[in-house]
Design a protein. Structure first.
Length: 367
């Protein structure tokens, strides 16, 4: 790799991952197509549908699969020649359930810590601290086979963190979790960076999770970079107000009464431009196009006249999913005629592998 790429990954440039014209070609498919992206410290979401190239990219970044052309560096280290050094500094949480059922979480995480180079005493101490951090300290001696899905996900997160990496790759960390479990896992991911300063690259096909968790989002499709932006650039404020009200005896459906009254007063409660779709009402929210400060006054006064309770009135923000849906509606599709970053796409299948990065497959491409 050229010295220029190495300079791009220095601390001064605050870039933990840098790729330049990175390509990976197989006999019948191109998994990555001249991908150039810089990723700074923090929590970064990597999103893409099946076959987008996410897992192929992670394998290359871990130094487990050679690129066909182009360069990449992780923490200033060349993926082509310094893969072992990268894996010493990076943690990896695989997507699939690949944990041994007949050993305890303590035994497994200590083993992974030793594989990462920690001496026995340090490995045991780090394991206890890490299992406490992920909420498994009380259950640490139970066989993993008796764990719930959420507990198994926490074991996988613990083994990725136990050797105190500078960066972790988390592959679909909320897979198989119920809503409460997802919230807890997303909170843990934020704490990994906030409390310990570890940067995170997290893959997900659920755009809402990235919106809530990540500082930055990278979107790839068909091996190509579609967009790399700060999360708040995706979720820009719109010209709409999101209004939530309570019902009353006089108006059992307060939202409907408010919409009818505002429409009669000349307010626009339908489509409000790109990203809004037709937001007359979504769940218990009403979207009202704001033409100026007078719209706030109109909503407030109308709610009061109807005798409703005003729960909230705030400027609406785009959701990441809407941005990509708009691209599809506008005809912005990939070369195969499909919209990028589908929100309903299931995660790509990958062969189950041991949790250690060294054991990951570097063979055929996957998502």
């Amino acid at each position: 790799m050229t010295s220029g790429v190495a300079r791009d990954t220095t601390v001064e440039r605050v870039t933990v991952i840098a790729t330049e014209s990175l390509s990976k070609r197989f006999p019948r498919v191109t998994a990555l197509d001249r991908l150039s992206v810089d990723i700074a410290p923090g929590v970064t979401g990597l999103v893409g549908a099946n076959g987008a190239g996410k897992s192929t990219l992670i394998k290359i970044l871990l130094g487990l699969s050679p690129a066909s052309e182009g360069t990449a560096a992780v923490l200033g280290l060349d993926v082509a020649t310094e893969g072992a050094a990268i894996r010493e500094r990076v943690g990896y949480m695989p997507e699939h359930d690949c944990l041994p059922p007949d050993v305890s979480a303590t035994e497994f995480v200590v083993h992974m810590a030793r594989m990462s180079g920690l001496p026995p005493t340090a490995a045991r101490e780090r394991t206890a601290d890490t299992l406490r951090h992920v909420g498994l300290y009380e259950e640490r001696y139970r066989p993993i086979g008796g764990y719930s899905t959420g507990m198994k996900q926490r074991v996988k997160l613990a083994q990725a963190l136990v050797h105190d990496p500078q960066l972790v790759f988390l592959d679909e960390p909320t897979n198989g979790l119920d809503p409460a479990g997802r919230d807890e896992m997303l909170g843990l991911i934020r704490r990994v960076h906030r409390d310990f300063g570890i940067s995170v690259l997290v893959t997900s096909h659920l755009l809402g999770e990235l919106e809530r968790t990540c500082d930055h989002v990278v979107v790839i499709d068909g091996g190509k970079l579609l967009r790399s932006s700060a999360t708040d650039e995706f979720t820009q404020a719109t010209t709409s107000l999101a209004v939530e009200v309570t019902d009353s005896d006089a108006h059992p459906d307060g939202l409907r009464a408010l919409r009818e009254a505002l429409t009669a007063a000349g307010a626009v409660t339908g489509s409000a431009g790109p990203g809004e779709g037709n937001p007359a009402a979504t769940g218990r929210l009403l979207y009202v196009e704001a033409t100026g400060e007078e719209t706030y006054d109109l909503v407030r006064d109308t709610v009061a006249d109807l005798g409703l309770g005003l729960v909230r009135m705030e400027q609406r923000r785009h959701r990441i999913a809407e941005v990509f849906r708009d691209r599809a509606d506008d005809g912005h599709t990939d070369g195969h005629g499909t919209a990028p970053a589908r929100t309903d796409a299931a995660p790509a299948r990958k062969d189950a592998r041991p949790a250690a990065p060294e054991a990951a497959s570097a063979g055929a491409p996957d998502a």
